[in-house]
Design a protein around this ligand. Structure first.
Ligand code: GLN
Length: 207
């Protein structure tokens, strides 16, 4: 069965995600209204500006429905601003900024200042997971960093020690988040993880 994947289309790099998901065989829905959540098997929260997506989600009355969907076990993948939106805690929110939450992590927004505000690097995958060989080559664009993660959260990738070794990809249950943009660099492995999670839930009879 074709997976029906929504991309939250309030702001951000919606088209890049839609392109990757379509190439992987998913049927993509652009999610703008609460009703759009009813017919999807999974959701992508794109990169962009997390505080803007937060404000728009409240203006469009999407915040509570998305929180409910996350609580209900909808598989969700957030990149960059999307990772920020999945964090339970922000170290440096702008005034009044909220997240959807779901991942027991603390995130620092715009963690890489000055010269390396945007950069690319090969990542380190703890536990030498075969999926991440060859290593993920990641693009960081005004990227956040996971500065604290509860023991229940699985670390999928970190920066190399030479760039500080920080946590940049995490998962727990139905939630997956990366501080970088595989949809920009053409790496499909994280979107594949989302689609696998969706398939597993179907086998498990969750819907
Ligand atoms: N700096 C942005 C934020 O705080 C995230 C950047 C991105 O998504 N590329 O939301």
């Amino acid at each position: 069965m074709t997976a029906r994947v929504g991309v939250l289309a309030l702001q951000g790099d919606v088209r890049e995600h839609a392109r990757v998901l379509t190439a992987l065989g998913a049927e993509v829905t652009l999610v703008r209204r609460p009703g759009d959540l009813a017919s999807i098997d999974g959701l992508v929260l794109p990169g962009g500006e997390s505080s803007v997506i937060d404000k728009l989600s409240r203006a469009f009355e999407m915040r509570e429905p998305i929180r409910d969907a996350i609580a209900g076990g909808l598989p969700v993948y957030g990149t960059c601003a999307g990772l920020i939106l999945l964090a339970d805690r922000l170290e440096n929110p702008i005034a009044g900024q909220q997240t959807f939450g779901g991942l027991d992590i603390t995130v620092r927004r715009n963690a890489f200042g000055g010269q390396i505000e945007s950069f690319e690097t090969d990542l380190v995958a703890p536990g030498s997971e075969p999926r991440f060989d060859p290593p993920v080559h990641a693009a960081f664009i005004r990227a956040p960093l996971v500065v604290e993660a509860s023991a229940a959260v699985r670390v999928l990738a970190t920066l190399p020690p030479a760039v500080g070794g920080g946590i940049v990809a995490v998962a727990r249950g139905d939630l997956l988040a990366t501080a970088f943009h595989p949809e920009v660099s053409g790496d499909t492995r994280f979107h594949e993880l989302l689609l696998e999670r969706i398939a597993e839930r179907r086998v498990g009879g969750a819907r």
